[in-house]
Design a protein around this ligand. Sequence first.
Ligand code: AMP
Length: 142
Amino acid sequence: MFVSDILAEKGGIVFSVTPRTTAAQVAEQLSTRRVGSVLVLRENEVVGIVSERDLVRGMAQHGAAALEMEAREIMTTDVVSCDPDDTIEQVMAIMTRGRFRHLPVIRHGELLGLVSIGDVVKARLTETQVEAEALKAYIVAS
Ligand code: AMP
């Protein structure tokens, strides 16, 4: 199963903010959209990602003042992405190695979507179930 299969099911919608969006507004977006991260876009270019962890870190370091900080001050700028042709296993390895749970899907500079660890686990479960059913069918047939 590939990243493109996940996107075919969940669609390519990506929630994003601008570098000047405040941390308080980011928190509101995460809460209302029920997601764990938002991409930071400047004129359609991915310049960062802000996740729940960045908000927690900001508050631990700056207290309530962190809520007035801007996305550009708390985001991770070195964003790792994946390709629609990457396999579920490859994406799991990238997330494990990088210790993050979100990966934008980018091809030829175009943002196609975002996969979360939840999407990946769900896809892997489906894959495992399909494999188990195929094995059962094979055993019954032989
Ligand atoms: P997460 O586990 O996705 O909530 O993120 C943990 C940390 O990794 C946060 O500091 C995020 O900004 C950062 N992060 C999340 N996704 C990515 C990514 N695709 N590339 C680089 N950093 C990321």
